[in-house]
Design a protein around this ligand. Structure first.
Ligand SMILES: *Cc1c(COP(=O)(O)O)cnc(C)c1O
Length: 237
């Protein structure tokens, strides 16, 4: 291994350790010490050597926004990771996507649900999905309006090819992580409402929190965080 590669590897390993420690402290603050939290490492901005470094740092879940990018990175590390689709998914990419991704975080329409269902049945699999909800109301964000989440969950109940694991959201970008808190709290509230209607498990997943705000997300109940840039700090050329 070259010195350069070795350096990148130890940087990534230190970053992974630090993110896990910060997440563990946030779990403690929330009275959730010891609870399981899934760290999805978002690799959309990095090349394969850094993806390899994640594997050696013990990361088992990676997320990508685009089907083609993920497929290009996957060959050598395909089986190393569980692949999470976290970006907007076009229906004409579903077939390709399900050849790699095991979990879809970005389910935001009935037509997409129906397409995933059909492809899942063809493959004889059940795809775990999160309903992406636009609780911040930003026009630039994909996702269901909070009022659409309930009918969507009902629609999905009749589809045997997918299983709704929980809800996902993205907070607006901000320097101040506290800006994101009401957004995360709203998603947790939406889960409670859907659980009250029998459409979700009370302990269903919450996929929320990125590099700038994952600790706040964990404090508000995140079960999965999607962290990219914080894992690659210092490796930029
Ligand atoms: C890019 C991205 C992330 C990670 O963002 P960072 O700020 O780099 O941690 C998480 N979720 C989604 C949907 C993304 O597109």
């Amino acid at each position: 291994m070259s010195e350069q590669t070795g350096n990148l590897e130890s940087l990534v390993a230190a970053n992974v350790r630090q993110v896990r420690e910060r997440a563990a402290r946030a779990l403690e603050r929330a009275g959730r010490a010891g609870e399981e939290l899934t760290l999805v490492a978002v690799t959309k901005t990095v090349e394969p050597p850094l993806v390899d470094a994640l594997a050696r740092a013990g990361v088992r879940h990676v997320g990508e926004n685009r089907v083609q990018d993920a497929l290009a990175k996957a060959p050598s590390v395909r089986e190393t990771f569980t692949w999470h689709m976290i970006g907007h998914l076009q229906r004409n990419k579903v077939r390709k996507a399900l050849g790699l991704f095991r979990i879809v975080h970005s389910l935001d329409s009935r037509r997409l649900a129906d397409t995933i269902d059909r492809e899942a049945k063809r493959r004889g699999i059940v795809v775990p999905v999160f309903l992406q909800c636009n609780v911040s109301g930003e026009a630039s964000k994909h996702g269901l309006d909070p009022g659409e989440a309930e009918p969507m969950a009902e629609h999905c109940r009749n589809l045997e090819g997918l299983r709704v694991e929980g809800l996902m959201t993205m907070a607006p970008y901000s320097e101040d992580p506290e800006t994101a808190r009401p957004v995360f709290r709203a998603l947790a509230g939406l889960r409670r409402r859907l659980a009250g209607s029998g459409l979700l498990d009370p302990g269903a997943g919450l996929s929320m929190g990125m590099s700038g705000d994952f600790e706040v997300a964990v404090e508000e109940g995140a079960t999965t965080v999607r962290v990219g840039s914080a894992l690659f700090r210092g490796t930029e050329r």
